[in-house]
Write a protein that binds this ligand. Sequence first.
Ligand SMILES: [Zn+2]
Length: 300
Amino acid sequence: MVLGHESSGTIVSVGSAVTSVKPGDRVALEPGTPCRRCTPCLSGHYNLCIDMRFAATPPYDGTLTGFWISPEDFCYKLPEHVTLQEGALIEPLAVAVHIVKQAEVKPGQNVVVMGAGPVGLLCCAVAKAFGASKVVAVDIQPARLEFAASFAATHTFIPSRVPAEENAARLLKETGLEGGADAVIDASGAEPSIQTSIHVVRRGGVYVQGGMGKPDITFPIMALCTKEITVKGSFRYGSGDYKLAVEFVSEGKVDVKRLITGTMKFEDAEEAFRDVKAGKGIKVLIAGPNEKSCRCLGGH
Ligand SMILES: [Zn+2]
């Protein structure tokens, strides 16, 4: 199977009915095409389409290839000053946009993000762009938190090996969030993080599950009930998410360039996968087989 779903590219040809893009346009590619006619699609939640054709999700091949066919409305034109490299990172940014929308983050609110991997980092940046006052990044790796603080987080927190309620109490005290956070986003999928999250949310607050880990966990459901917490899932991205992600990058509100820790030629793709597996870097980009050099990726 061909891998790849975080991609950008240059239009080489269009069908006769296409009006919004033309050959030569540089675009970010939204990699899933919904059926547009099932109940979730018709209710405005096409990310939940029951017949989604999503890149690199069997049986559909991914975007790590020379050419890719897409409906025109799933191609998002990049402004002149946005590079193809940034365009490839619109995908994880759109994931973060969707998560933060699910969390209903409003100006002046306080948000805690569990996990400072790529999606957690982008959630911090999007929460800030949505007007959050305090954004707390939580991770067990100090190096990740150092980056998070320089990227978007206003506060950081390293949990210790104690019960979730104790970590939650210390987090709220150290970050001045007594009373709880308005919204907590889990971008880790780790059981202790999820448990801590529920104890960190304020009464009547929102919790969003963005990370995927074990399918079943022990969950503090009593706290959920007595604090009347709203709990939501978040899956991929829906209407308007890609568009907003492109705007955030274009306006300089989210600097996705900082997440790019390397670019590789197509022939060296295997090396890129090995590096990421070994935990080297944040995002390593792979040039398509038709790109002659890094220049064509958009790095002028
Ligand atoms: Zn559908």
